[in-house]
Design a protein around this ligand. Structure first.
Ligand code: ATP
Ligand code: MG
Length: 343
């Protein structure tokens, strides 16, 4: 591979369209997706486990989309995001006057998800007091709205997710064991990014494309040094952290080149001083910088070739060898302005 990644040469994943939004083809990710394909068509409860930012929500969506319930509602509730005293009525709904403040009737998430899939995110944060109530719904497929004696029968598939260690929570009496066993029918473990580093390059290219398009920028290359830093970094925040760093770098890029957003010390990359890639990178960076200083001109008296003391044809062939395209300043400025206006 050359010193630069050429964004135009990104090979698109030829995996089934079914997993369109899930980028990566490491063996670890492929085996997760194989599990997803196996369990999706059933009605079984799935428990998606994995560190923060690994893609648990994407997996939950994929399970729904590959199930016969696709086209029916997919309803999400984040158990960690709703205050305790509201969570019960969010789940079950309530009748008018069920409690102080219940000024009108409310349909709960169970009812909304009827015939479809209910995704209970951060299930490890479900308060102990609510756990037996959830267990009952799962076992009986029925519930009552708060303040109502009428039993509703529902038909839903449950997908739950958490970044917590539920088994350990059970051992510490922080999570009910009966609910844990009821949820843990089919666990799907999404591995952290540092255990599937093969996915990093594809993820970077994917997010560069997404953010560049969104911001109306034109990014032509990513240096091999930057890509190596991405691949070597441990990503405690997993794909979400990578996505955010790529977004930041795209915001900062202004010459068609993707800047390295990882501080070198943080990147824990192997020292690459004097490695062949580094020399090439320096050469490429110098050329890009000079082209920029020359206002995008390659030939002519004030052009980049003259500034570098090279013949125009020599510079052009060097650029080809290094995978450098001529940055498009006019267009970039225009597109950045447009991007700003859109914000
Ligand atoms: N394999 C992937 N391909 C493309 N995008 C991904 C992939 N994995 C994760 N993402 C993206 O990374 C972000 C985090 O993913 P997601 O919200 O599914 O993670 P999570 O495991 O639910 O995290 P948390 O525990 O913090 O809620 C999302 O924007 C998601 O689209
Ligand atoms: Mg999540």
């Amino acid at each position: 591979m050359g010193a630069f990644e050429r964004l135009r040469s990104v090979e698109h994943d030829d995996r089934d369209r079914q997993f369109d939004h899930i980028v990566g083809n490491s063996p670890a990710l492929e085996s997760v997706l194989a599990e997803v394909q196996r369990v999706a068509p059933t009605d079984s409860t799935v428990l998606v486990l994995g560190e923060t930012g690994t893609g648990k929500e994407l997996i939950a969506h994929a399970i729904h989309n590959l199930s016969p319930r696709c086209g029916r509602p997919f309803v999400k509730l984040n158990c960690a995001a709703i205050p305790f005293d509201l969570l019960e009525s969010e789940l079950f709904g309530h009748e008018k006057g069920a409690f102080t403040g219940a000024v009108s009737q409310k349909v709960g998430r169970f009812e909304m998800a009827d015939t479809g899939t209910l995704f209970l995110d951060e299930i490890g944060d479900l308060p102990l007091a609510l756990q037996p109530k959830l267990l009952r719904v799962l076992q009986e497929q029925e519930f009552e709205r708060l303040g109502s004696g009428r039993t509703h029968h529902i038909n839903l598939r449950l997908v739950a997710a958490t970044h917590r260690d539920l088994a350990q929570m059970v051992a510490r009496n922080e999570f009910r064991s009966d609910l844990y066993y009821r949820l843990n029918v089919f666990p799907v473990l999404v591995p952290p990014l540092r255990e599937r580093r093969e996915d990093i390059r594809q993820l970077v290219l994917h997010f560069v494309e997404v953010f560049a398009r969104r911001m109306g920028k034109h990014i032509e290359q990513i240096s091999q040094t930057t890509m190596n830093a991405f691949t070597a970094y441990d990503w405690p925040g997993n794909v979400r952290e990578l996505q955010n760093l790529v977004e930041r770098a795209v915001i900062r890029s202004d010459d068609g080149l993707f800047p390295n957003p990882l501080p070198t010390a943080q990147a824990n990359a192997k020292p690459s001083v004097a490695s062949p890639g580094t020399l090439r990178d320096h050469e490429a960076a110098l050329i890009l910088e000079t082209i920029r200083a020359a206002g995008g001109m390659i030939g002519g008296p004030g052009g980049a070739a003259a500034r570098l003391g090279l013949k125009r044809t020599t510079l052009v062939s060097k650029m080809k060898r290094l995978g450098i395209y001529r940055p498009r300043y006019q267009r970039l400025t225009h597109e950045v302005n447009e991007g700003n206006l859109a914000v």
